[in-house]
Design a binder for this molecule. Structure first.
Ligand code: ZN
Ligand code: ZN
Length: 133
């Protein structure tokens, strides 16, 4: 039996839930994630977009990634909390920022993405593997 995963933004205007199986979980140190989160990296997990339910409106910031595909950073328009991310490259998938979970301690990242972009004050977790490429 899969359990329901729930979370939301800081002000409570946006909430989400899914009963989907998490596909994978990771820490990303790319500059986009640094800017979007205001921290050294983002921690996120991927679930199938069709099984992800959002209540409340999110706003999305669209920008091209290095490979040309447009990525969308979703955030709460009221409080600005980063919530989701998605890319044209994998439209069937949505990435969710782990700290927005109601129970964030259940997040289990297994690999690191863009370790080479890490800041010296937020080094990649060396207990995690590098991204599968
Ligand atoms: Zn909010
Ligand atoms: Zn990133």
């Amino acid at each position: 039996m899969t359990e329901t995963i729930q979370g939301g933004c800081a002000c409570g205007a946006v909430k989400y839930q899914t009963r989907a199986e998490i596909e994978f979980s990771f820490n990303c140190h790319c500059r986009k994630c640094q800017r979007a989160t205001g921290g050294g990296h983002s921690s996120a997990f991927a679930v199938p977009a069709v099984e992800f339910e959002i209540s409340g409106a999110i706003k999305e910031f669209a920008s091209p990634s290095d490979n040309g595909a447009v990525t969308y950073a979703g955030f709460c328009p009221e409080c600005g909390s980063p919530l989701t991310s998605r890319t044209e490259r994998f439209p069937e998938r949505i990435y969710v920022h782990a700290a927005t979970l109601d129970e964030p301690s259940k997040f289990r990242p297994t690999f690191v993405v863009f370790a080479e972009a890490a800041q010296p004050w937020d080094l990649p977790n060396d207990r995690l593997a590098d991204a599968p490429r």
